[in-house]
Ligand binder design. Structure first.
Ligand code: ADP
Ligand code: F6P
Length: 321
């Protein structure tokens, strides 16, 4: 291919810039022209783009967010929108496209591939909820942000003998919650993937509060998909008598400078995506399998089921008290 495009789509994630940089630099070093499409599929349909030079991506590897901006594009969910996207690619001479985003973005990339624009997806989301990859760009940074914030909450919860109920992101997935709960030494974690029992959580808290060398402050991590974090906090307070406060970490988890893991994997994945397009191969998702970068057919990848961190969840439970 002589000319390829790159875009970021869906929720932003720290490390997306590192992936954009890798695609641009790898493409340029292989003699290609690289077009940066702004605001995801919205920008594709509106022909919002920049011709990327190696210098255009200088100084972004350490920055959160995405220099290409990102958006959600309802129009791209139907084939009319996708055909319009192909027409823009044809007009601009874009022969292949790298799509950095989540599974929704990959569905769009699959549709575009099916009508003749080979696309390669790179997993960029803090949630780590993409079926066919062990890792998604942004996950590590987001979890590190969570532990930094919750360590601070621990200080004040301890000083006031309170229970801090902290909601972390992850849409419907509890991957962030379980890892973060282990890393901050939380007393309970609540996710959608495993049943939870507020009576049992409260009973454990009361038992330790009444023990001679027990605990008098608590951290409970709740995955956002569970919903009603405020109701959970109120029930814990009613059942235990300990003052319980809610903190929703929210979008702070999506920002900030990416960790080494996110920068390096984003670079490896971006490079791999360009290698595929160089060979004329599209309709692939780049992912991590057994710790190595690999690629898989988009539809096959989207149809997979991701195992939950069951063993880690059990380890958490047995080391929480
Ligand atoms: P993510 O990629 O992070 O999962 P979204 O689900 O919001 O984020 O999807 C991002 C964009 O991908 C959507 O705004 C839309 O343009 C496109 N998209 C989502 N679902 C589909 C689909 N089923 N078919 C085609 N395009 C889709
Ligand atoms: O997919 C990333 C994510 O941050 C989820 O964890 C969260 O549910 C969602 O995006 C929030 O999306 P937004 O803030 O863009 O509405």
């Amino acid at each position: 291919m002589k000319k390829i495009g790159v875009l970021t789509s869906g929720g932003d994630a720290p490390g997306m810039n590192a992936a954009v940089r890798a695609v641009a630099r790898a493409g340029i070093s292989k003699g290609m022209e690289v077009v940066g499409i702004q605001r995801g599929y919205v920008g594709l349909l509106n022909e919002e783009y920049v011709n990327m030079t190696a210098r255009y991506v200088s100084g972004i590897i350490q920055r959160g967010g995405t220099c290409l901006y990102t958006a959600r594009c309802p129009e791209f969910r139907n084939m009319e929108g996708v055909k319009k996207g192909k027409a823009v690619c044809d007009k601009l001479g874009i022969e292949g496209l790298v799509v950095i985003g989540g599974d929704g973005s990959f569905r769009g990339a699959g549709d575009l591939s099916s009508i003749g624009v080979p696309c390669v997806g790179i997993p960029g989301t803090i949630d780590n909820d993409i079926q066919c990859t062990e890792y998604t760009i942004g996950y590590d940074t987001a979890m590190n942000t969570c532990i930094e914030m919750i360590d601070k909450l621990r200080d004040t919860a301890q000083s006031h003998d309170r229970c801090s109920v902290v909601e972390v992101m992850g849409r419907k997935a509890g991957f962030i919650a379980v890892n973060v709960a282990i890393a901050v030494g939380a007393e309970a974690v609540i996710t959608l993937e495993r049943d939870y029992d507020l009576d049992a959580i409260a009973a454990r808290m009361v038992k330790t509060m009444n023990a001679k060398e027990g605990k008098h402050h608590f951290i409970i991590v709740v995955a956002e998909g569970v919903g009603q974090t405020d109701v959970i906090a109120r029930e814990i307070q009613d059942k235990t008598g300990i003052e319980s406060r809610v903190t929703v970490l929210g979008h702070v988890q999506r920002g900030g400078s990416p960790t080494l893991r996110d920068r390096v994997l984003a670079t490896e994945m971006g490079y791999h995506a360009v290698e595929l397009l160089e060979q004329g191969i599209g309709n692939r998702i780049v992912g991590l399998k057994d710790g190595k970068v690999y690629d898989i057919d988009i539809q096959e990848g989207l149809a997979m089921k991701k195992p939950f961190l069951d063993h880690r969840y059990d380890i958490f439970y047995d080391t929480a008290y």
